[in-house]
Design a protein around this ligand. Structure first.
Ligand SMILES: Cc1ncc(COP(=O)(O)O)c(C=O)c1O
Length: 393
């Protein structure tokens, strides 16, 4: 087969069937647009799929994380431990509640929080840990939960990328106090914007439902179904408006019908990459850990043409960027896997941090590369990416 020399392969492409697109018309025609029957259906489907006792739909993963910490009772001055390599939202929600972000370095082999360093970050002010299941690979939840139990800390799982990620058989998001998922278009299931909180705790679920809806003790759906039209809800809390629309929920619920297929397809594509790149010493594919099922929200690799050290990081970063440019020129979109939050202006200045303070996060920031992986990627698209990657001089 003659390979093309130029294609257009995006980093991700949204996959929606005609039936899923049509599903949005249901709420539009019914007139029930917010926090109605479709939201309830999406929540039920999410619980059935993940095994969570409760699922609470919200407007994004960021609001899911924020609401979780608010519901658990995080106070100004409290400390929350957050991996230094994650999306900025994981840290921002701590900041928004007036608490202090305590960064922890990662394990470069998995891109997830380093549990040995985590222990050293605990102080009398620590209240919570936010482990992130980055790119779809579960963090070391046994160790994290053990540390949390020992010190009486809450565990809020950032499962933004965690759809389809399992930890020894259990879906992520069901292992901590709450789990927080994202439905942003870069994720495997998307509602445009949107998020879901999962929890096994009845009282916490009730509080989360209240807080997302202005603190109301009774939802619109409950009032609508009830028999006393004069009843107004009481508001035991000063809550927020983080309600999902039924248009979004209809789209989410429709995609849940092919949830298993979506995950299987991503895992199939990842396996093809894994096999194609086995012989490349300069490109480290995502880790395989016994007992962990990767959901492959993305396919994050480590670019390592030489061992990554404090001295070589800058040189490797320049080579990686040049390679990313070269791939872009033949039409292949790539991205750094994510950013090191301690290196971003707000956190660097507020906490007086240097890149070297978290050397693994710094290395991941400068030496990682995510390759295109999305549902519906064609054989020709993936073959072209593989050929171009393997052809790197
Ligand atoms: C690890 C992580 N946490 C949180 C978020 C925030 O998700 P959302 O955009 O749904 O607010 C993202 C988004 O990409 C993420 O990757």
């Amino acid at each position: 087969m003659n390979m093309p020399t130029q294609m257009n392969v995006p980093i991700a492409r949204t996959s929606l069937t005609e039936a899923e697109i049509q599903s949005v018309l249901g709420p539009l025609r019914s007139g029930w647009l917010v926090q109605g029957p479709k939201v309830r259906e999406f929540e039920e489907k999410w619980s059935a799929f993940t095994g969570a006792k409760h699922s609470i739909a919200v407007t994004s993963c960021t609001t899911a994380l924020h609401l979780s910490l608010a519901a658990l009772g995080l106070q100004p001055g409290d400390e929350v431990i957050v991996p230094a390599f994650t999306w900025i939202a994981t840290a921002n929600v701590v900041q928004h509640l007036g608490a202090t972000v305590v960064f922890c370095d990662i394990d470069l082999a998995t891109f997830n929080i380093d549990v040995n360093e985590l222990k050293q970050k605990i102080t009398p002010k620590t209240k919570a840990i936010i482990p992130v299941h980055l790119f779809g690979l579960a963090a070391d939840m046994t160790a994290i939960n053990q540390i949390a139990k020992q010190h009486g800390l809450w565990v809020v799982e950032d499962a933004a990328c965690g759809f389809g990620s399992r930890y020894h058989g259990q879906h992520v998001g069901t292992l901590g106090d709450t789990g927080c998922f994202s439905f942003h278009p870069r994720k495997a299931i998307t509602t445009g914007e949107g998020g879901m909180i999962t929890t096994q705790d009845d009282a916490l679920a009730e509080k989360l439902r209240r807080l997302r809806d202005h603190g109301a003790a009774m939802s619109d759906l409950q009032r609508h179904m009830g028999s006393r039209p004069y009843l107004l809800a009481d508001h035991p809390d000063a809550g927020y408006n983080q309600r999902m629309t039924d248009l979004q929920a209809a789209l989410g619920a429709a995609q849940m019908k092919r949830a298993a297929d979506i995950i299987a397809e991503r895992q199939r594509l990842a396996k093809i990459y894994d096999e194609a790149f086995t012989g490349l010493p300069w490109l480290k594919s995502p880790a395989h850990i016994d007992g962990l099922e990767h959901g492959y929200q993305s396919y994050p690799c480590l670019f390592q043409p030489e061992p990554i050290t404090a001295k070589s990081v800058t040189r490797i970063n320049q080579a990686r960027n040049a390679w990313m440019d070269a791939l872009q020129q033949v039409g292949i979109s790539t991205r750094p896997a994510t950013h090191a939050v301690h290196m971003l202006t707000f956190y660097r200045e507020k906490y007086g941090l240097k890149p070297e303070d978290f050397p693994k996060a710094y290395a991941a920031n400068d030496c990682s590369i995510s390759l295109p992986l999305f549902h519906g990627m064609t054989e020709a698209e993936q073959a072209f990416v593989i050929e171009q990657v393997c052809a790197r001089k």
